[in-house]
Write a protein that binds this ligand. Structure first.
Ligand code: HEC
Ligand code: HEC
Length: 233
């Protein structure tokens, strides 16, 4: 009898240990610094940033949510840090990412960025308008000289794969790219309105050259370059 009771006790201790272990590996607790970035990616980020097939690979379907797959590690760390510090503050960033990033640790951000930067990008499968795509390609490769818009390629790379803190744009949702170009555009308008604008007044205060780039593009040109970028892989 004693033996059986001891066995049951041992078994339940093992079960408890396994339970605790799989809990931390399947935790959605954004407030627990012990949860790894890889686990958060599977359990939390995938809900919006994509969960295709059995892999959580950062290829979102809905263009409200940017693709993270294949993005540069440095840019991912930088953006997560900006959400964490509430620096990047367009309405969608505030509504979706501030709460998520509130308790990020440096280690979690590093793990999340490593994870997503290594995921393969699923090519865009929809239809596109060839004339619009061709117009966008010209803007990407050559800029718009008479408006002082430099070639996007010069910074984002010939294949738009990005480099360091300059983001990858290849394969990103056209609607997301267009939206960010309008965010940069609004920031440049507000800088012109308030020549001494502080970082608090800008929606993406680390945008650097992008205010100038975006303010030189018409709406149709923004849509064209976004349509082209979505077709790249
Ligand atoms: C409820 C939906 C939702 C969840 C969950 C979510 N995100 Fe986001 N995320 C968004 C939205 C929306 C944006 C775009 C914000 C904007 O338009 O500025 C975004 C933007 C980002 C960006 C910026 C990408 C870029 O190209 O600039 C990063 C990085 C990011 N999220 C990482 C994460 C990580 C890591 C997690 C999980 C810990 C996560 N997100 C969970 C909705 C979500
Ligand atoms: C002089 C360098 C430079 C040039 C030229 C440039 N970019 Fe950028 N771009 C950047 C940097 C740096 C960032 C990151 C800004 C930040 O961190 O907020 C960026 C960010 C972006 C983003 C935001 C991506 C995201 O995931 O949120 C888009 C979209 C973009 N650029 C499109 C373009 C297009 C289209 C062109 C050409 C018409 C262009 N860029 C030209 C440097 C450049």
């Amino acid at each position: 009898m004693m033996n059986k009771a001891a066995k049951i006790l041992t078994l339940s201790a093992v079960a408890l240990t396994l339970g605790a272990c799989s809990d931390i590996e399947r935790s959605r607790d954004l407030g627990n610094p012990q949860v790894s970035g890889g686990t958060l990616a599977q359990q939390v980020c995938s809900i919006c940033h994509g969960d295709v097939g059995s892999n959580v690979n950062g290829n979102s379907i809905n263009p409200t949510f940017p693709k993270l797959a294949g993005q540069t590690k440095e840019y991912l760390v930088e953006e997560m840090t900006e959400f964490h510090l509430k620096d990047r503050k367009d309405p969608a960033a505030q509504a979706f990412m501030w709460g998520i990033a509130r308790n990020f640790t440096t280690k979690q951000m590093d793990e999340l960025a490593a994870y997503y930067s290594q995921q393969p990008v699923t090519p865009y499968a929809g239809h596109s308008n060839p004339a619009q795509v061709a117009a966008g390609q010209k803007i990407f490769n050559e800029g718009v000289l008479d408006k002082g818009v430099p070639a996007c390629m010069g910074c984002h790379g010939a294949d738009a794969h990005g480099n360091g803190i300059i983001p990858r744009l290849a394969g990103q949702h056209a609607d997301y790219i267009y939206k960010q170009l309008t965010v940069f555009n609004e920031d440049s308008t507000s800088s012109a309105k308030h020549p001494n604008a502080t970082a608090e007044e800008l929606e993406r205060p680390h945008e650097g050259p992008m205010t100038m780039v975006a303010s030189g593009l018409t709406k149709a040109q923004k849509h064209a370059v976004a349509a082209y970028l979505q077709t790249l892989r």
